[in-house]
Design a protein around this ligand. Structure first.
Ligand code: ADP
Ligand code: MG
Ligand code: MG
Length: 886
C-alpha cells in the first residue's frame, strides 16, 4: 500500500486518489510544463487519518523518502541553514472547494534558515517577509490561533513605522514583525514556534487532513452536494517566490472569460506578491493584460501554456501562476467554474472549434444553469444613476436589504445583499443566505467572486469607490450617499453597477426568446440567447422523453405551448373552484337534497366547461391530462376556528344566522385530523355523487365544442389517489357512462383516455391489475414520497430535515430530488408490472420531480414516456431530457 505519489507518477484521471489539484499538477508535469516539483499524499491517507485519529503506519517514512528525492532534485535541503529549500503544503480534494481548506506556504523557515534564504536570494526583506508569512499562516491554520491577533500586530508595526502597505515595511521592520508573531505563538500555545522543518511539515500535513472537517468545509459540501467521506489529498511542492521584487509576482488567469463566456484570455496579476494575496483581495490586482507590458516574455509563455491546457482539457481552464525573477511557474490548473451564461456560450464555442461533439456539449450545460438564465434582469433602460461601479463577477439582478456581516445575512435571510470589504471563507453562510454579494476590494478571482459564481449568486466585487465600514454597518459612496444596514440596494452582476434603492427588473432575454418575443435581429445580437437556442435544438433532437406542462388555465396552457411542451401532463381542476366560485362548493356541501345538489352542480358546469374549452384550444392536437378533483372539501370552506368564533359572537349578540350555523356544523363534520390521508381524491368522487359526473360532462362537452370548431382535442381523464384496482374500476365506469352520454347527444364519438395517478404505495404494488383497465399512469411523486416515507411535506422541511441533511440521511430533500432507492423502486415496480399487463400503457410523472434535473434522468432511464412540470420549467426539462439521452 502506498500513500505518496510524485507529481510525475500521477495523471488527471486519478482525482479520487490525488484530489483535483494533485491530479492536474501531475498532468501538467507530464505535459512538460514548468511546474515546481513535489509530491501528493493521497486522499486515502486522509481518510485513514480521520478515521483513526493518527497517521497511518508507514506514512511518515514514505513522506521522508519523497522529501529526499525532492531535495536531490532541487539540490537543496528543506530548511537548511544555507540556501534552504522551502515547500508549500496544499490541500486539494476531488472536487474544488475554493478557499475552504488550508494551505501553508514557506514551510522550512526558522531562525537559521531565514538568514540562509536572505543570503542566497540577496534579498533580506524577502526572507523576513516569507518568515512572517509562515508564522502567520502556520499560526492560524495549524496552531489554531485567531488570525486577527496577527493582523492586529502587523497593523501596530505598520503604524509604528508610519506606512500603510505591507510592501512598504523594510527588512528590519519585518524582523520586528517576526519577533512579535513568535511571541504571539508562544503565548497562545505554551510552546515556541517549531524550528524543526520536518516537524513543521508533518504538523501542516496533519492540519490539512483535519481541515476537511471544519464547519465551513462541511457547510460548503452540504450546499454543493459533495459527499462528506471523500477526504482531501495534500500536495507538498517546492516553493517558488513571487515576492522577490518588482520582477516577480503572482496571478490567476482564465483561458476564456468565465463570467460571460467571451473568447480571449484574461485574469488578475499582482507584482511582488505571494499567491494568497490575490485570492484574499488584500490588494486589488491589475488586469492580466498589464503583464504584457511588465514582463512580455513570461506573458507570451503563459499564453502558449494556456492554449496547450485548453486543447488538452478541451475546456475552459483556470490557472494559478507565479513569476520568480522573470521565470514563469505553473502552480495549479483546473477546468474552471463558470456562470450559466458562460457555460452555454462555451459549449457552442468548443463545439464549433471541433474540440467536442454535440453529446459532450450537452453534458456541459445543465438544466439548473438554464433556470438561472430565466430569472429576470434589471431594466437596461432604467433611469436610475448608479452610485458606484464595481467588477461584474457573477451575473444577475439582485435587489435586497443591505447587511454587513454573515451573521446578519443569515438572520435576515431571503432578499439581502451581503456587503463586505472583501469576503473570507468565514462569510460562507452569509453568502449562501444572501441574494447577492458586494465587495469594495478584490478582482474577478477574489474569494467572493469565485464562491458566488459557483453558487449562481449575483456578485459585484472591487467597487473601490465605496467605503465599507463594517463596524458601523454602513457604506459611503462618492457624493456622500450613505447606505445603512436595512436600506435597500440593487446590484447588477452583469454590468457591475451598484444602486441605492430598488431598480425595476425585466424578463430575461432567454425567456423573451422562449416566449417568441425576440426579433431575428435581437436574437442575432445576443450571444447567450443564440447559444441557448442551439443547445435546445440539440436537446430536442436527442431526447426520447416527452416533456409536458402542468397548467390549470388557458393562459398557462398557451405559455406551455410556446415553451414547446408536448402536452399538458397535469391540469388540476380544483383551482377552478376557488375565488368567487368558492361559495358554490359551500352550497354543494350544505345541500339538503339530491335535487338541491344537482342544482349547484348545474351552476358549476358552465364554468368548468369554459376553462376546458380555452385549454383545449391552446393545446389543439396535444394531450391534456385532467385530474379530477383531489383535495378534501374542507379546503374550500372557511376556517373552523374563525367560523366558530364568528358564530359564537353572533349568538352572544342574539343574532343567530341559520346558514352560518349549518355551515359550522358542516365544517365540524368534515374536519379531519389528517386531511392528507382523509376524504380526498377518488374517495371524494365515490362519496359525493354527481361531482365527478359534472366534471366529466364539462370535459366532454368542451371537447365536443372544439371538435365542432374543427380542432383535435385530446382529453385524458385522470383519477387521483387510488389505492388499487377496485376504486379505479368504479370510477372508470362512471366516467365512461358520462362520456357515452355526451357523445350520444353530440352525435359523434368523443374519445378520452381514462387513466390514473399512481401516488400511493399500494397503487404502485397493484399496478399490474390496475393496468387491466387504466389506459395511462401518471406518478404523483409528491404524495408517493409523503406516503412512502410517512412524512408530511408541509411539516418536515423546517423541522427535522436540516438535521437529516446534516447527518447524511439523505443528500437532498426527497421532495426536491426523487429518492431513487425507495420511492424510485415503487415507481419501477409499477412501470414494469403495468407494462406487463398492457404493452402500450402511457406513463408519465407529474410531481415536482418532473422538473428536477437528476430526477428527470432517472425517469428517462426507467423508460417513462414523459415528465410534466410547470411551464417555466419546461425548457429546463427538455434540456435535461436531451442530456440524459446522450
Ligand atoms: P487554494 O486551493 O485555496 O487556492 P492553494 O493550495 O492553491 O490554495 O494555495 C494558495 C496560494 O498559494 C495559491 O495562490 C498558490 O498559487 C500559492 N502557492 C501554493 N504553493 C506554492 C508554491 N509552491 N510556490 C508559490 N506559491 C504557491
Ligand atoms: Mg489554488
Ligand atoms: Mg397527489
Amino acid at each position: 500500500r502506498r500513500y505518496v505519489f510524485a507529481f510525475a507518477e500521477g495523471d488527471k484521471d486519478h482525482k479520487d486518489l490525488l484530489g483535483g489539484k494533485g491530479a492536474n499538477l501531475a498532468e501538467m508535469t507530464n505535459l512538460g510544463l514548468p511546474v515546481p516539483p513535489g509530491f501528493t499524499v493521497s486522499t486515502e491517507a486522509c481518510r485513514r487519518f480521520l478515521a483513526d485519529g493518527q497517521e497511518p503506519p508507514g506514512l511518515a517514512e514514505e513522506i521522508g523518502e519523497h522529501l529526499e528525492r525532492l531535495e536531490a532534485e532541487r539540490g537543496k535541503r528543506l530548511g537548511a541553514a544555507e540556501d534552504p529549500m522551502l515547500v508549500s503544503v496544499r490541500s486539494g480534494a476531488k472536487f474544488s472547494m475554493p478557499g475552504m481548506m488550508e494551505t501553508v506556504l514557506d514551510i522550512g523557515l526558522n531562525d537559521m534558515s531565514v538568514l540562509g534564504l536572505a543570503a542566497a536570494s540577496g534579498n533580506e526583506r524577502f526572507a523576513w517577509d516569507s518568515y512572517r508569512r509562515l508564522i502567520q499562516m502556520f499560526g492560524a491554520t495549524v496552531l489554531g490561533i485567531d488570525a486577527a491577533e496577527f493582523a492586529a500586530a502587523l497593523a501596530e508595526v505598520k503604524r509604528f513605522h508610519d506606512v500603510t502597505r505591507d510592501v512598504d515595511l523594510d527588512a528590519a521592520a519585518l524582523r520586528d514583525v517576526v519577533a512579535v508573531y513568535k511571541r504571539i505563538v508562544t503565548e497562545a500555545t505554551g510552546r515556541d514556534f517549531p524550528q524543526d522543518p520536518r516537524e513543521q511539515l508533518d504538523m501542516a500535513v496533519r492540519a490539512v487532513f483535519s481541515s476537511w472537517n471544519t464547519e465551513r468545509a462541511r457547510v460548503y459540501r452540504g450546499r454543493e452536494r459533495i459527499p462528506h467521506d471523500l477526504g482531501t489529498a495534500v500536495n507538498v511542492m517546492a516553493m517558488v517566490y513571487g515576492n522577490l521584487g518588482p520582477d516577480s509576482g503572482t496571478g490567476v488567469a482564465f483561458t476564456r472569460d468565465p463570467a460571460t463566456g467571451a473568447p480571449g484570455v484574461y485574469g488578475d496579476y499582482l507584482a511582488d506578491a505571494q499567491g494568497e494575496d490575490v485570492v484574499a483581495g488584500i490588494r486589488t490586482p491589475v488586469p492580466l493584460q498589464e503583464l504584457e507590458r511588465i514582463d512580455p516574455v513570461s506573458f507570451e509563455e503563459l499564453l502558449v501554456i494556456m492554449t496547450i491546457l485548453e486543447d488538452h482539457f478541451r475546456d475552459l481552464c483556470d490557472v494559478e501562476f507565479t513569476i520568480e525573477r522573470g521565470k514563469l511557474w505553473m502552480l495549479q490548473t483546473r477546468v474552471g467554474k463558470r456562470t450559466a451564461a458562460a457555460a452555454f456560450r462555451l459549449a457552442v464555442q468548443f463545439l464549433d472549434d471541433e474540440l467536442i461533439d454535440v453529446g459532450e456539449a450537452l453534458g456541459r450545460v445543465t438544466g439548473e444553469q438554464l433556470a438561472q438564465l430565466m430569472f429576470p434582469q434589471f431594466d437596461p433602460d432604467n433611469a436610475a444613476e448608479s452610485i458606484a461601479e464595481g467588477v461584474p463577477a457573477s451575473p444577475g439582478a439582485a435587489v435586497g436589504t443591505a447587511v454587513f456581516d454573515s451573521a446578519a445575512a443569515v438572520r435576515h435571510g431571503g432578499a439581502v445583499i451581503l456587503i463586505r470589504r472583501e469576503t473570507s471563507p468565514d462569510d460562507l453562510p452569509g453568502i449562501i443566505a444572501a441574494k447577492g454579494v458586494l465587495t469594495s476590494r478584490g478582482g474577478k478571482t477574489s474569494h467572493a467572486a469565485v464562491v458566488a459564481r459557483g453558487m449562481g449568486k449575483t456578485c459585484v466585487v472591487g467597487a473601490d469607490a465605496l467605503e465599507v465600514d463594517t463596524e458601523r454597518r454602513r457604506f459611503t459612496a462618492p457624493g456622500g450617499v450613505v447606505v445603512r444596514e436595512g436600506d435597500l440596494v440593487s446590484i447588477d452582476g452583469t454590468t457591475g453597477a451598484v444602486y441605492a434603492g430598488t431598480i425595476d427588473v425585466v424578463p430575461s432575454a432567454v425567456v423573451e426568446y422562449f416566449e417568441g418575443r425576440l426579433t431575428a435581429e435581437e436574437r442575432r445580437r445576443d450571444p447567450v440567447v443564440q447559444a441557448v437556442a442551439r443547445m435546445m435544438v440539440y436537446a430536442d433532437q436527442h431526447r426520447r422523453l416527452g416533456v409536458h406542462a402542468n397548467a390549470d388555465t388557458p393562459a398557462d396552457a398557451r405559455r406551455a405551448r410556446r415553451f414547446r411542451a408536448d402536452g399538458i401532463g397535469l391540469c388540476r381542476t380544483e383551482h377552478m373552484f376557488l375565488g368567487e366560485r368558492r361559495h358554490h362548493v359551500e352550497e354543494l356541501i350544505l345541500a339538503q337534497s339530491a335535487a338541491e345538489q344537482d342544482k349547484v352542480l348545474a351552476e358549476l358546469l358552465p364554468m368548468q366547461l369554459g376553462d376546458f374549452v380555452g385549454i383545449f384550444a391552446a393545446m389543439d392536437g396535444l394531450p391534456v391530462t385532467i385530474r379530477l378533483i383531489d383535495p378534501p372539501l374542507h379546503e374550500f370552506l372557511p376556517d373552523f376556528t374563525e367560523l366558530s368564533v364568528k358564530v359564537a359572537l353572533a349568538e352572544a349578540r342574539g343574532e343567530v344566522d341559520e346558514e352560518e350555523v349549518r355551515l359550522l356544523q358542516a365544517v365540524r363534520r368534515l374536519h379531519e385530523q389528517n386531511p392528507m390521508l382523509g376524504l380526498r381524491g377518488v374517495r371524494l368522487g365515490l362519496v359525493v355523487p354527481g361531482l365527478v359526473a359534472m366534471q366529466v360532462r364539462a370535459i366532454a362537452e368542451a371537447a365536443a365544442a372544439r371538435i365542432r370548431a374543427g380542432d383535435d382535442p385530446r382529453p385524458e381523464i385522470m383519477v387521483p389517489l387510488i389505492g388499487g384496482p377496485e376504486e379505479f374500476e368504479l370510477m372508470r365506469e362512471e366516467i365512461q357512462r358520462v362520456l357515452d352520454d355526451v357523445a350520444e347527444a353530440a352525435g359523434f364519438p368523443i374519445r378520452a383516455k381514462i387513466g390514473t395517478m399512481i401516488e400511493l404505495p399500494r397503487a404502485a404494488l397493484t399496478a399490474g391489475r390496475i393496468a387491466e383497465h387504466a389506459e395511462f399512469f401518471s406518478f404523483g411523486t409528491n404524495d408517493l414520497t409523503q406516503t412512502t416515507w410517512g412524512f408530511s411535506r408541509d411539516d418536515v422541511e423546517g423541522s427535522f430535515f436540516p438535521v437529516y441533511l446534516d447527518k447524511g440521511v439523505f443528500a437532498a430533500s426527497p421532495f426536491e430530488s426523487l429518492d431513487e432507492t425507495g420511492v424510485g423502486r415503487l415507481v419501477s415496480i409499477a412501470v414494469e408490472e403495468g407494462r406487463a399487463t398492457r404493452g402500450d400503457l402511457a406513463i408519465g410523472v407529474c410531481g415536482e420531480h418532473g422538473g428536477d434535473p437528476s430526477s428527470v434522468r432517472f425517469f428517462d432511464r426507467i423508460g417513462l414516456d414523459y415528465v410534466s412540470c410547470s411551464p417555466f420549467r419546461v425548457p429546463v426539462a427538455r434540456l435535461e431530457a436531451g442530456r440524459s439521452a446522450v
